[in-house]
Design a protein around this ligand. Structure first.
Ligand code: NAP
Length: 253
């Protein structure tokens, strides 16, 4: 263990969905803790402002363009990246939500959400996890949700994918822990990002959610970023298969 168990110097982290929200905050926090970064997003130009902020911290930062809707395409892009660079830490953060009554969900929309939120996380974990297993070192953090535990309202595909992502986290952790690879997840509560814009645009829903959160406020992406750094750090070396809830107390209520 390094002198400071929360430092990540000499490690390179790949963060998906790093242009905005939780992914952006996580990437910046990982860089502040000493990690070099590779940012993955659909829009490579959109990643550049985040990459510039990371380079200003004195860290290396590359960018990769990839649409996570097609797991076969993800595999090709990930394999090419893995051949070029050692990825020590993987943060499967990118995700989409589709809101609507279950009876109205088309199969194509259902599959789109599962492909981005679940299939791509598996493909990336498999690709980079295989190399981590060879090195007998590495950490993977999946961004799950309160909807890994609860049913949610009008979000069947998202809830199914986030329950499955928590299950995948535990399964990979069980398989890989003895080889020195740690797999864990974070379940954020209600966080102010584009993902939740529709909820906040509805004043009654916004108020009902805020009133139910023991902390009395929505979370910010920075509230999640510290947990990402922790789970990637030597301080969490003995954590395996844990889904860390960071929700202002929502689930405890
Ligand atoms: P966000 O700002 O909307 O971020 C989502 C990110 O996912 C975007 O940066 C986007 O990348 C990326 N993404 C979406 N579709 C993609 C695709 N097809 N290919 C590649 N990248 C794609 O929302 P967020 O809240 O930070 O979400 C981050 C994660 O936290 C998600 O997994 C979400 O489910 C989870 N989460 C959020 C909350 C919350 O309250 N906000 C709660 C629990 C869990 P581009 O910018 O490149 O399009």
């Amino acid at each position: 263990m390094t002198a400071d168990p929360f430092r990540l110097d000499g490690q390179r982290a790949l963060v998906t969905g790093a242009r905005t929200g939780i992914g952006r905050a996580a990437a910046l926090a990982l860089a502040a803790a000493g990690a070099d970064l590779v940012l993955w997003g659909r829009d490579i130009e959109g990643l550049e402002p985040v990459a510039e902020q990371i380079r200003a911290l004195g860290r290396e930062c590359g960018t990769v363009a990839g649409d996570l809707t097609d797991p076969d395409e993800v595999e090709v892009t990930a394999t090419a990246l893995a051949a070029e660079q050692r990825i020590d830490l993987l943060v499967n953060n990118a995700g989409i939500i589709s809101r609507g009554a279950a009876v109205g969900i088309s199969l194509s929309d259902w599959r789109r959400v599962l492909r981005v939120d679940l299939d791509s996380a598996f493909v990336l974990a498999r690709c980079f996890g295989a190399r981590m297993l060879e090195r007998r070192a590495g950490r993977i953090v999946n961004i799950a949700s309160l909807l890994s535990f609860q049913g949610g309202v009008n979000v069947a595909s998202y809830t199914a994918s986030k329950h499955a992502l928590a299950g995948l986290t535990k399964s990979l952790a069980t398989e890989w822990a003895s080889a020195g690879v740690g797999v864990n997840a974070i379940a954020p509560g209600y966080i102010v990002t584009d993902n939740t814009a529709a909820l906040r645009a509805d004043p009654a829903r916004d108020r009902a959610i805020t009133e139910r959160i023991p902390a009395g406020r929505w979370g910010s992406p920075a509230d999640i970023a510290g947990a990402v750094v922790f789970l990637c750090s030597p301080a969490a070396a003995y954590l395996h298969g844990h889904v860390l809830v960071v929700d202002g107390g929502w689930l405890a209520r």
